[in-house]
Structures are given as C-alpha cells and as structure tokens.
Ligand binder design. Structure first.
Ligand SMILES: C[S@@+](CC[C@H](N)C(=O)[O-])C[C@H]1O[C@@H](n2cnc3c(N)ncnc32)[C@H](O)[C@@H]1O
Length: 245
C-alpha cells in the first residue's frame, strides 16, 4: 500500500462509512489525504455530497471532482455519466495521477463505485485498481439498537424496499431482513409487517451517524410522513433464534 499513500496511476474506490468522520478507516483517510484527485458522487437532488462532507477535513490541495449523477433509472443518461467518469479516470491515471472515488458505506454494497469498477476493468491494469472497504449502513443501523444481526444459522437478506412484493417474499426466507431505500415505502412496509404480525419486530434508522439528521425509531410508522427521506434503513427481525448449545 505504499506506506498507506495513494500511488501514481492508481484508482481507489474508497468506502467512507456512514457519515461520521471517526468511522473512517485509517486506510481510507491516508488515501484520501494523499490522492491527487478525489471524485465525490452526489445525486442531482443534493447540494453537497454526503461522502465529501464526511471527509472534508482531509481535503487540502486535492482536485475535487463533483460527480453529479441522476437518481432516476434512465439507462442512457446514467451510462453516459459513468462512461464520462471512467474516461476521466483512465486519462488521469495515464498521466500518473492517483485518483480516489469516495462512496458512503462500502463501495461493494449498492454503490456508485460498482458501476465504475465494472467499466474500468480491462481498461486500467488490474493491480492499479484497489477497493477499500467501509462500514456499511446495515452494520451502523444494527449497532444503534445493539441487537445482533445474525446468530448461529440465521439467514440475513439485504435488499432495497422498493418492491413490496419482493419484500413479502423475502420475509419467508430469512431470520433478518435489512431494507435499504425504505424512505418512501414506510407506509406500505408497515401495512405488510402488520399483516404478518411483525410490525413490532422492525427497527428504523435514518441518516445514521449524520449528526442532527439522525433519527431512529422502534415504530417505523414514526417515519411514515417520508420526511426522513432516502437515507432510511429498516431491519426486521423474524423468528429470531434462541442461543442453542
Ligand atoms: C445507494 S445505497 C448505499 C449503501 C452503502 N454503500 C452501504 O454500504 O451501506 C443507499 C441506501 O443505503 C442506506 N444508507 C446509507 N447510509 C445510511 C445512513 N447513514 N443511515 C441510514 N441508512 C443509510 C439507505 O437505506 C439508503 O437508501
């Protein structure tokens, strides 16, 4: 890892954790601090990148590239943006620059980095592409309530809450269900959980580790007005196993 410093010509997909600077890894901090270029993804709706806010204390002379991406599922528009970003990385890497792309949580979990990494494979030398893990939202959210995600033979499913039929199906196949992107689905989700007698087994955290924005509730209906938005995660504990010897 070159004493932890970003190497010339290398690309790093770096997870910055849930949003609190002290939940960054040392590896992430060293790479961000020493990179020539820091790419910070931001949705069209947000004024600032939450990932960039998490690491702003590490930004000095690095070039910061504000990468605005669409939140919609327009394939052509999204691919155009990803291709532009991949081209920029390839061009700058060829000039010997070190490039870090930061992402909230972990880069391999529902992340903007997943697309970039796919586009870069075969275009940059394999050894010039590095991934640095970060603490994911599902780990952070579980830590807030201090309830274990899994014990013994428990099965855990992680999925978006966007398709309620698929959520209903998943409830039948695991002991722990973690739902990302739950913000707009709270009401529908609460109806489903009520029907299955699981409403009391759900936990919700919005903007975990993001200062005053953090909101947590045992009753997910407290967020039914949708005001806590996109950064909402729900954990449902189903048929929790007891400790067996
Ligand atoms: C595009 S995914 C990013 C996942 C991230 N890469 C990870 O490793 O957790 C966005 C979803 O992650 C969840 N999420 C991310 N950060 C969060 C936080 N600080 N608090 C609660 N949920 C969060 C939300 O469910 C949000 O809709």
């Amino acid at each position: 890892m070159n004493n932890g410093k970003a190497k010339p010509g290398h690309f790093y997909a770096v997870g910055v954790g849930p949003g609190s600077p002290d939940l960054l890894t040392f590896r992430a901090a060293n790479l961000i601090e020493s990179a020539d270029i820091v790419i910070a993804p931001r949705s069209k709706r947000s004024e600032t990148s939450l990932a960039l806010k998490t690491v702003e204390h590490l930004i000095t002379s690095q070039q910061v590239v504000d990468h605005v991406y669409a939140m919609n599922r327009d394939y052509t528009e999204t691919m155009k943006l990803w291709n532009e970003m991949a081209e920029l990385i390839i061009e700058q890497s060829a000039k010997g620059k070190s490039i870090v792309q930061i992402t909230l949580g972990d880069p391999m979990v529902y992340s903007t980095s997943c697309y970039l990494l796919k586009l870069l494979h075969g275009k940059l030398d394999h050894e010039n592409i590095c991934v640095v893990p970060g603490i994911s939202a599902f780990q952070t959210v579980a830590s807030k309530f201090g309830e274990a995600l899994t014990i013994q033979e428990d099965r855990m499913v992680l999925m978006p809450a966007t398709n309620i039929d698929q959520v209903a199906e998943a409830l039948e196949h695991c002991e722990t269900l973690v739902l990302y992107k739950a913000g707009k689905k709270i009401k529908e989700l609460a109806d489903l959980l009520k029907e299955k007698d699981l409403l009391e087994n759900a936990r919700l955290v919005c903007y975990a580790e993001q200062g005053e924005k953090e909101f947590m509730a045992h009753d997910i209906l407290e967020a039914a007005d949708g005001k806590h938005g996109y950064m909402s995660t729900v954990i449902v504990y189903i048929n929790r196993q007891e400790w067996k010897k």
